[in-house]
Unconditional design. Structure first.
Length: 422
């Protein structure tokens, strides 16, 4: 493959201008503030206080952690130019190895083995894609299938016959424990219960971040700024990202592209494995077959929604975790209130399209908004089937709406051979 194939010509590059512009931090904060105001208005109209309660936000954070860690894993791999569809399998390996070691030697050892299990999956993916140049999608799907079969097989030896264990689940595992920030947690909970406009909603949001925390939650959240600093503020990160943008140019500057791709994919697997360990050691204190529930794929969607950036990824994971928490707390009532919020947001989107003079998409978007308003007005509760599907519907919705602003690494998923630019 020639250099021209990897380094696209200017005509092939995304056009500069409005489509390629990134949202600045003040704009993002303004959007978040606007959504909070609308959410508070919806809460007052519908009486669904649970949509911004401290318990709701705490549950959302717990559900967002494995999604966010899987997304971070995908970010590391794809910034080095390797598509990692195998995140689901690496999550599965993390759940199994974390539970296996946690049952025998305690949860902290389980965390280390969960990371190791995911890293093994990452290493296999790196060998297949980097060394043998197998299609990245094919390799990722194979990793997912292999992880399912391997964990089922290993469970028959490791868990079956043990107290509480079967071929599909592990015995119970000791808890890591939970903590709340003294004083602040109780004060925010009291403020949230008052039901004041916006103030109580913000208190519920912040209160969920400081209440009933697992030590592993704190570690997981710390991975987001740490990833940003390593990839965007260190020489190591610059070299790694250059492998995902133009590996031929990176090689010409003395970068060992193979080494950085291997490191990135192994780290990717380790982060996904940490997310899997969270599921089996924190979320449930037991390994259950199928407990990942497609979170690896949702993590990949969060990464794409976040435009291959840690901050955007965190917002995406939080959004998916929040919609999933609606299913567990309040169910149909909360999702019914969410219909009104979505209808308002979609209507605002239609107005934005009119301002951009994109009239056909604006009409279609407005029609969707009217349907959402009608659904809300003509029903009192959302069916359980819709509640269960809400996180996945939101995943598809946000990806379709954000697709016009995405910019993946230029050489992401492209085959590379050492010396191919000569």
């Amino acid at each position: 493959m020639s250099t021209a194939t990897v380094a696209k010509s200017p005509a092939q590059q995304p056009a500069s201008g409005k489509r390629g512009r990134r949202l600045s931090l003040p704009v993002v904060l303004l959007i978040v503030a606007g959504v909070l105001v609308l959410t508070s208005v919806v809460r007052l109209i519908t009486g669904a206080d649970g949509i911004t309660s401290t318990g709701q936000m705490s549950t959302a954070l717990r559900l967002a952690v494995p999604i966010g860690l899987a997304g971070l894993g995908g970010l590391w791999a794809e910034r080095a130019g390797v598509v990692n569809i195998g995140l689901e399998g690496m999550l599965i390996l993390g759940t199994w190895f974390g539970a296996w070691a946690g049952y025998q030697w305690g949860p902290w050892v389980g965390i280390l083995f969960g990371v190791l299990g995911g890293a093994i999956g990452g290493l296999l993916h790196a060998i297949v894609t980097v060394t043998f140049n197998v299609n990245h999608i094919v390799s990722g799907v194979a990793i997912n299938i292999l992880a399912l079969g391997a964990t089922r097989y290993l469970s028959t030896f490791a868990f079956e016959g043990k107290e509480g264990g079967t071929s599909k689940q592990s015995p119970p595992i000791d808890s890591l424990g939970k903590f709340s920030v003294p004083g602040l947690s109780d004060w925010l909970a009291d403020l949230n219960h008052k039901g004041w406009f916006l103030i109580s909603d913000v208190a519920g949001l912040v209160g969920g971040l400081v209440t009933d925390l697992s030590p592993l939650t704190v570690i997981a959240v710390a991975m987001i700024p740490l990833t940003w600093w390593v990839l965007w503020r260190s020489a190591f990160g610059l070299r790694l990202r250059s492998c995902g943008e133009n590996p031929v140019a990176a090689e010409s500057l003395g970068v060992n592209v193979y080494k950085y791709k291997y490191l990135a994919v192994v780290i990717s697997g380790g982060l996904a494995g940490l997310g899997g360990a969270f599921l089996s050691l924190v979320a449930s204190n037991i390994y259950l077959e199928g407990q990942t529930g497609g979170r690896g794929y949702i993590g990949l969607a969060a990464m794409i929604f976040g435009n291959w950036m840690p901050g955007g990824l965190a917002l995406g994971a939080g959004l998916f975790g929040y919609t999933d928490s609606l299913r567990l707390r309040g169910g149909g009532d909360n999702v019914h209130a969410l219909l009104l919020l979505l209808a308002i947001l979609i209507l605002i989107g239609a107005a934005y399209l009119v301002w951009r003079k994109r009239y056909v998409p604006a009409v279609i978007t407005a029609a969707v908004s009217v349907l959402m308003f009608a659904w809300y007005a003509l029903t009192d509760e959302v069916p359980n089937q819709v509640v269960t599907a809400t996180p996945y519907v939101v995943t598809l919705l946000v990806l379709s709406l954000s697709a016009q602003r995405l910019r993946m690494p230029k050489a992401d998923g492209m085959p590379y051979r050492k010396g191919q630019g000569k």
